[in-house]
Design a protein around this ligand. Structure first.
Ligand code: F6P
Length: 479
């Protein structure tokens, strides 16, 4: 919990600054009607909290409400620097350019990206606002780490004002193949924006290679392996850093007696079926929800899976609800789940339990513990941390992970039951395989998956990135 935002005259400065679209806090309503802030459950905050505390770090980001100016405030020992957005900017920069242009374009155009010049103008204006505030917050020679697709122009805008800074950028979503990226009317501006950083990080080597190829083709800057030679003699590095989770923290949570008890209760509430399948996603069209529901629904309706024996629980967290594609997806899923349950369910036992809601991480850990088969089948995903969380929570070494080949996590989690989510029959076969595999085979797979996520946790991710950036913040963190 934090002190409430208090008016300050001078802007606080810091030697380490994270810049992200959102601040790492959620506003909560207290019983007496007042509001306060609670640290968001996200992995990035968990990873960076120790670095931030040790280095008196600051976090620049939007607090999530339109038309509201907040003064800087401190939460959980981190200096927070709110960036204000007007409702028009929320519409044009956030819902528009970030989530209706870049998001679908970077996810293999699984939905049609919209290109609007006024959205671009707003993206430029807001990126400039983030850069300007960061320039006033960062101390001389500070390390600045910019996050994700909403802020791709910030590195260049910041460098123009503050050449003394060390600037890192990390893209959490896929960087698309060159043929798709080229559709973007502002393709060169965004490449130049990213090249303001000293180090540009991607989830996968393929993303870094796409970026390097575009830099050569479109901007004619020479590259050698991962390095780009910029005019004026500066060098930029583009490299993959697959993000991860707080593995030990998740495992501890899964082992807590309250979680174990809750997992048993969930299974009881579901009617003690032999098999529980689980999906957990933001309600996003990249996540492949209709294909997954179709595959499971067909297995039940064609008699391969007995609905007395198996249930599917799908948690879909509400997301970007004012963006058209998201609104339509919500209706489609409602209809599809309703149709299957209507056709194949019976009183008190729907084969698919659909929860359009978000839950605290204690409840998620209990769900992971309760699930025999975790189904993570996005059409395209930068990484997918749900897959890693499930593995971290299977401290019993039981359980099976069905994972899309098109999730970044599939490059690391090779022992999962891999599927092409566009291939409904192939997906049905793998769901069955995961359900019916021998306990020996499941344990062998799960052990290897667990080794992977324990060796490569979020701490290692942040340390590798900051070391490569040459950040003194990383040394302070290890000490
Ligand atoms: O990388 C994906 C991402 O945009 C993150 O930056 C963010 O935490 C998450 O999806 C949720 O998105 P939003 O901030 O649009 O709710």
């Amino acid at each position: 919990m934090s002190s409430s935002p208090a008016a300050t005259s001078a802007v606080p400065t810091a030697p380490f600054v994270v810049v992200a679209n959102r601040l790492p806090v959620d506003r909560i309503q207290l019983e007496d009607g007042s509001t306060d802030w609670r640290t968001s459950p996200g992995g990035l905050v968990t990873a960076l909290q120790p670095v931030m505390r040790k280095n008196h770090g600051a976090w620049v980001g939007w607090h999530g409400a339109a038309d509201e100016e907040l003064e800087p405030f401190v939460d959980a020992g981190i200096q927070l620097m709110p960036v204000a957005l007007s409702s028009q900017e929320v519409e044009e920069y956030y819902e528009g350019f970030s989530n209706a242009t870049l998001w679908p374009l970077y996810h293999d155009v699984v939905a049609h990206p919209e290109f609007h010049r006024e959205w671009w103008d707003s993206y430029v204006t807001v990126n400039q606002r983030f850069a300007d505030l960061t320039a006033t917050v960062a101390e001389q020679g500070a390390v600045v780490w910019v996050q994700d697709y909403q802020l791709q122009l910030v590195p260049q805008m910041l460098r123009a004002q503050r050449p003394d800074l060390k600037i890192g950028f990390f893209l959490h979503i896929p960087f698309p193949p060159t043929e798709l990226y080229q559709q973007l009317p502002w393709r060169n501006q965004i490449l130049e924006g990213l090249l303001g950083a000293d180090l540009v990080g991607f989830q996968l080597p393929g993303g870094a290679q796409n970026f390097l190829r575009l830099v050569r083709q479109r901007l004619q800057y020479p590259t050698h392996r991962e390095r780009i030679s910029m005019p004026g003699g500066r060098t930029v590095t583009a490299r993959a850093y697959p993000i991860s989770i707080d593995t030990q923290g998740m495992a501890d949570l899964a082992n807590a007696p309250a979680t174990v008890a809750r997992a048993e209760e969930i299974r009881r509430d579901l009617g003690d079926p032999k098999y529980v399948f689980l999906g957990v996603d933001r309600l996003d069209y990249t996540k492949g929800l209709p294909e997954r529901v179709q595959a499971f629904g067909e297995l039940v309706s064609d008699g391969t899976i007995d609905p007395e024996e198996a249930v599917f629980v799908q948690v879909a967290t509400p997301s970007r609800e004012r963006v058209d594609h998201y609104r339509r997806l919500r209706d489609d899923i409602d209809r599809l789940v309703g149709r299957f349950n209507g056709d194949i369910g019976r009183i008190g036992r729907p084969p698919i339990t659909y929860l359009h809601s978000s839950y605290p991480k204690e409840e998620m850990a209990a769900l992971y513990r309760a699930a025999d088969v975790m189904v993570v089948t996005p059409l395209r995903d930068g990484m997918n941390l749900v897959a890693k969380e499930y593995v971290a929570c299977r401290t019993d070494e039981d359980g099976a992970l069905v994972l899309s080949e098109f999730a970044g996590a599939a490059k690391e989690l090779r022992q999962a039951y891999l599927v092409n989510p566009y291939d409904i029959d192939g997906m049905k076969a793998q769901l069955l395989q995961a359900m019916n595999d021998s306990p020996r085979s499941k344990i062998r797979r799960m052990r290897m998956l667990r080794r992977q996520v324990f060796e490569n946790d979020i701490d290692r991710w942040a340390t590798l990135f900051l070391n490569d950036l040459g950040s003194p913040a990383s040394a302070a963190r290890a000490g």
